[in-house]
Design a protein around this ligand. Sequence first.
Ligand code: SF4
Length: 303
Amino acid sequence: MKVIGIVPRGYCKGVVRAINIAKKNTPKDKPVYILGMIVHNQYIVQALQDKGIQTIDQKGKTRLELLDQIDDGCVIITAHGASDQVFIKAKEKGLDVIDASCLDVIKTHDLIKNKLNEGYDILYIGKDGHPESEGAISIDPKHIHLITKKDDFFQLDQSKKYVLTNQTTMSLYDVYDLCEYAKKHLKHVEIAKETCTATKIRQEAIHNIQDDVDVVFIVGDPRSNNTKKLASIASEKHEVYMIESVKDIQIDMLKHKQTAAVSSGASTPTYLTNQVIEYLKQFDYNDKNTYQKPIIDKQRILD
Ligand code: SF4
């Protein structure tokens, strides 16, 4: 089968940095915890667990609440960032704090803090319950308002001045629509789009997939926001399957297909994406000998 590996794809610089920080801090004389999933990928979480690094995560609990489950040792803050309150509470509990927040997330936090100091309220386009939104909004929940849809603008006080910004992994296209809408409906709004470069160029590459591609595979965890966005953009013009690994490819997905394109979320292990590409390259629908899937070697997930 002809296979096009979309470029760029996979790990972004923030994820590489966070994983390297975690790998360097495997426990020696005290326990090491990650506050929330380091990235939204269960293979990576398991691989770190196998090295003795425990992930503390519970649906519906904030980073601040999750800290109650850690009493000693070292805590790693994930690439999604966290509010100042999380850092303060961790230090008050006597924990060593290792900050793996992505520098792009820190840049957005700095922008928010500066604009709050100048007397603005912040409108934050993000996903409800996502750790990055949680970290940003908890900077000042009274003056930072989560925007998930156009209707949210109608609840706002028109006498205030606002800055509209966003979670770094939001779709460029969704953010654009909400910004245009805000400009029309709010009296005083400044726009500060913060979709990060890694997200932008991955989304643009998906948008530009050539028309003659028969099927697109996006490799990533179903909880990964940026992976879902890539799949959603690709589905505007192509048949798309979101898969976690080569194991999820069904033979029917490849029936009558000549050309496949493959991309992956910013949190997807390169090893898993490469395995999908290699499998598709050797696949021939008319030759059942090519149907056999390779085994996933868990030792190679953090390569
Ligand atoms: S997606 Fe962007 S903001 Fe998020 S970790 Fe990667 S580079 Fe940083």
